[in-house]
Write a protein that binds this ligand. Sequence first.
Ligand SMILES: Cc1cc2nc3c(=O)[nH]c(=O)nc-3n(C[C@H](O)[C@H](O)[C@H](O)COP(=O)(O)OP(=O)(O)OC[C@H]3O[C@@H](n4cnc5c(N)ncnc54)[C@H](O)[C@@H]3O)c2cc1C
Length: 458
Amino acid sequence: MLKPPLLKELSQIVGQANVFTDAEELVVYSYDATRVSSLPSAVVRPSSAQEVSDILRLANREQIPVVPRGAGTGMSGGSVPLQGGLVLSFERMNRILEIDEANRMAVVEPGVITGDLQRAVEARGLFYPPDPASQQFCTLGGNIAECAGGLRAVKYGVTRDYVLGLEVVLPTGEIIRTGSRTLKNVAGYDLTRLIVGSEGTLGVVTKIVLRLLSLPESVRTLAAFFPDVGSAAHAITAILSGKVVPRALELIDEGSLAAAGNYLKQDIAGGARAMVLAEVDGASQTTEREIAVVEQACREAGANSVTRAEEQADRDRLWKIRRSISPALYTIKPRKRSEDIVVPPARIPDILAQIQVIAKRHGLTIVNFGHAGDGNIHVNILLEDEEQSAAKLAEQEILAAVLGMQGSISGEHGIGFSKADYLPMETGAAALEAMKKIKRALDPNNILNPGKIFINAE
Ligand SMILES: Cc1cc2nc3c(=O)[nH]c(=O)nc-3n(C[C@H](O)[C@H](O)[C@H](O)COP(=O)(O)OP(=O)(O)OC[C@H]3O[C@@H](n4cnc5c(N)ncnc54)[C@H](O)[C@@H]3O)c2cc1C
């Protein structure tokens, strides 16, 4: 509970209508896609960097935790106010400030929905490639903080590859600008890259300068169905070792296909046990040739059938299947454990085989889907309450196997609190301490999103 004088000060900064303390309002800001919930003391909705700065100065003075929040779609608990305090919500900072066609750039506030920016730039023949499967409801501020990936990362990279500059309010209240409106910039340390992926622990992003590309002339999509996940995984590695770089290359296993089919009330697989979704883009003649190469690689790897999406409606139908998997799995097992592992792409068949062995050893159901083209698989341990300890052991073994293949415990969902236990396994003690030193230097009172990334930042 915040004392009335503090609430009054907050109201003076953002206006009384933008400070919420009623229980039913606080609940809405208490959880994210991990479904872990913790109530804040208050929610504040700033409208400018100056207001954010004033809030952070107050929070420092009073030692109150502050948790930035976009749309709350995070999968690692980043926006859950674990220690109470203030939630800083960016619903009012949701303007696309500029689309600069000559320089192929956009300037946006953090609360802009990713899909809204994509539609706005596409209307002008431009292209913002990062496309998390949550793009219709997540925010660009959340994408920056998590360095979100997405379906097109295999060809176009992730959020960090499109951030040219930022306006950031440091935990102690200073407003800084990082980067510039240029493609090149080597002036000093790269603070832009430090903030991107820092999960709202080092600074609050209040403005974003994004790089844009030209909208590709043509896109072609196919779905290939396989008798087993191993042959689908081999199709992925065969495609990647060829000359074609698809813009998306997704793998969906039997359990994920069944879940999506049940959720969408349609028979997706027709008896197949794995599906590969591939998409190429570029000039029309090139995409026609490239999609044929991808189809051939799938058939050679053992695909029973291949469907090409000829019309936009067919493409939308295929991608709807992919995007429905995550919500579909939640409806089956709300308490599932979700991993976001990434391995060098050529190791995809090895890690999938390894996961099957681990699942069998612990008697667990584990389903896998995701961005196999860039090595990033979402591993879902579907469990009952009594399987919690077996699931924990399986999780440890899967993450150890990933690190043994020189991969990472998180490709795009971040560490948050849900993977904080495991971060030292990947970084080692010295790198972890270097990260904590940065945190302590920028946030000496540990007020900004405490309990995230590090169990203890001391
Ligand atoms: C169905 C579904 C599919 C998904 N698919 C993908 C996918 O394909 N790829 C992917 O990468 N992720 C995916 N995600 C995860 C999630 O959508 C992303 O992590 C997204 O970037 C979170 O954005 P958000 O606006 O919801 O942020 P939130 O969940 O609200 O916050 C995420 C983090 O960002 C911080 N933050 C938010 N705004 C700011 C700010 N202005 N300044 C500083 N820190 C801030 C928060 O403190 C928190 O640590 C998916 C999630 C769901 C539910």
